[in-house]
Write a protein that binds this ligand. Structure first.
Ligand code: 5GP
Ligand code: ZN
Length: 114
């Protein structure tokens, strides 16, 4: 399977890593949409968050734990931050390997473009 984020997990494609656990990886988004923009993924391939949550609740929880730790280390907790799982076509999901966008470091504006 030709998956960009699996290739980042294997080290084939470089990324700026922020945190690594046995089951998850956090790295900076290549085109940041906020001062802090980090992607958190499970190392194992699942297409989207709904598939992951139903297939492996523990792994989904590991992803959320890494989200929380990364937000803390980035200093995002006091002022707040946003976590987005784009899922499928209408949400504009471009990479079919589940990823949490962790965004913060500045006011983020409305939740959706209007
Ligand atoms: P999606 O639209 O699927 O929710 O988000 C995919 C994200 O992956 C985008 O924010 C995009 O900037 C990011 N991205 C795409 N290619 C790469 C890459 O090669 N490296 C990194 N670090 N991020 C990438
Ligand atoms: Zn993958």
């Amino acid at each position: 399977m030709d998956c960009l984020f699996c290739r980042i997990v294997s080290g084939e494609i470089p990324a700026t890593l922020v945190r690594e656990t046995d089951t998850t990886l956090a790295f900076r988004d290549i085109m940041p949409k906020a001062v802090s923009h980090i992607l958190v993924i499970p190392k194992e391939h699942y297409a989207d968050v709904a598939t992951l949550a139903q297939a492996d609740a523990k792994l989904a929880s590991d992803v959320l734990e890494t989200v929380a730790i990364v937000a803390e280390h980035e200093g995002l907790v006091a002022d707040g931050f946003r976590v987005i799982f784009n899922t499928g076509e209408y949400a504009g999901q471009e990479v079919s390997h589940v990823h949490a966008h962790v965004l913060g470091g500045e006011p983020l504006g409305p939740m959706l473009a209007t």
